[in-house]
Design a protein around this ligand. Structure first.
Ligand SMILES: NC(=O)c1ccc[n+]([C@@H]2O[C@H](COP(=O)([O-])OP(=O)(O)OC[C@H]3O[C@@H](n4cnc5c(N)ncnc54)[C@H](O)[C@@H]3O)[C@@H](O)[C@H]2O)c1
Length: 384
């Protein structure tokens, strides 16, 4: 077998996403053996030396850094992978692009549209490969849904509906800000559920159903003040705890989206449903190997929702895994994204969603927040 080309990774941030990405880099070669490139875990960065050393040992990184600027300054790094909270995305991505590094960035691309635009400009000016980890696209059942929609089987689409429900912030005594709780601090996160959760739903929706044209929205902050973990003071909560928006898609269909962290009993319930003239599909993250499909062309005596177990070799990505009938999990979506990024280096094709595509999701997020603040419909300016 030909010697593989190396993609030397510098990963920044060792929390939840640092682990999912490291797992992706470690496992991709075993399951996608034909790729020309292989990731090499050159360095990992986090601010605390002993913690980052333990992480490096656990996941197999060759070295550690405690300052992200040192990662970018190294000439043995080809790609910078940003797994930090949202307030660091723009600064790191722009510096990495200016240094000629490829950039893989966690979602949402940025806190604001202005930050996101500067990031797109930076990667395009530098001409570096880039991608944003909207990983749900790469769950096989979701990829299959995209293929079914693209085949035209649903006919004219009337409705797109998505929810992303959690319940971890109901306790009013939960502090905001700092390690583990930065999502509650608007200065760091940019927004609440809109950027954190709805951004995923918007990315998937526009990938499958095209541009979102305009939006009307309502947001709520149920707990108005919380102790800030870093200052120890009671401070105003500025994130949206819940957001509901509806919209028009460019293709004439209507969209309805809801996200909250106050839906008792739901941990990470991402669901979507698409209703077309001829057929409908729906998907549920808690049962991620299944795609539900209703085809109005079925004979009436057997007509009903089919539950497709997406585990067969002719279904997206599944020829790389076990035998038909055996499911895979959440972590595989990241392995698939690593594989697709490596493949994009071979083919020269972009690894979607690129920064430019993720900017369109950012436009919708910003329009949703503005619509909620003003109580008026807002054009998104999405240009897909
Ligand atoms: N794709 C997804 O489904 C998904 C899921 C969760 C989080 N995310 C995104 O991933 C990013 C990280 O989220 P997370 O859940 O992993 O957060 P986390 O809090 O678990 O981890 C963040 C990491 O960044 C490190 N960090 C913070 N500031 C740093 C700095 N200045 N230099 C170096 N390291 C620094 C922290 O020490 C920590 O290791 C966020 O943008 C988030 O929105 C995406």
């Amino acid at each position: 077998m030909a010697k593989k080309k190396e993609l030397r990774i510098g990963l920044i941030g060792t929390g939840f996403m640092g682990r999912t990405h490291s797992n992706g880099y470690n496992r991709v070669g075993n399951f996608f053996p034909k790729l020309e490139y292989k990731p090499v875990l050159k360095t990992v960065c986090s601010r605390t030396e002993d913690k980052v050393r333990a992480f490096a040992e656990q996941w197999g990184y060759e070295s550690v850094e405690t300052d992200w600027k040192a990662v970018i300054a190294r000439n043995d790094i080809d790609a910078v992978d940003i797994c930090t909270p949202n307030d660091m995305h723009a600064e790191i991505a722009i510096a990495a692009a200016e240094a000629g590094k490829m950039v893989l960035c966690e979602k949402p691309l940025a806190r604001t549209l202005d930050e996101a635009k500067a990031m797109v400009e930076a990667v395009e000016k530098a001409g570096v490969s880039n991608t944003v980890w909207y990983n749900y696209r790469r769950i096989p059942a979701v990829t299959l849904a995209k293929q079914i929609v693209a085949s035209g089987k649903l006919g004219k689409i009337f409705h797109y509906r998505a929810n992303f429900l959690q319940d971890w912030t109901i306790n009013a005594n939960l502090p905001q800000g700092g390690e583990g709780l930065w999502r509650m601090d608007a200065d760091v996160a940019g927004s609440g559920v809109t950027g954190d959760l709805l951004a995923h739903c918007i990315d998937t929706a526009m990938w499958m159903n095209g541009a979102i044209k305009d939006v009307a929205a309502v947001t709520e902050t149920f707990v108005k003040e919380r102790v800030h973990q870093l200052t120890g003071k009671v401070q105003k909560v500025s994130i949206d705890d819940a957001c509901i928006f509806h919209c028009h898609f460019e293709n004439g269909s209507l969209g309805l989206f809801e996200s909250t962290r106050y839906a008792r009993g739901h941990k990470a319930l991402y669901t979507f449903e698409i209703n077309g003239e001829n057929a409908s599909i729906r998907w549920d993250l808690h049962d991620l190997n299944r795609l539900e499909f209703f085809d109005n062309a079925d004979a009436s005596n057997v007509k009903g929702w089919r539950s497709i177990h997406v585990t067969d070799g002719d279904q997206p990505y599944m020829d790389k895994w076990w035998v038909p009938g055996l499911g895979i999990g959440y972590e595989h979506s990241f392995i698939h994204q690593v594989a697709d990024f490596l493949k994009s280096l071979e083919t020269g094709e972009p690894c979607e969603p690129t920064f430019k595509t993720a900017l369109e999701t950012q436009k919708v997020c910003e329009a949703v927040l503005e619509a909620a603040a003003s109580g008026c419909w807002k054009d998104t300016g999405v240009d897909l």
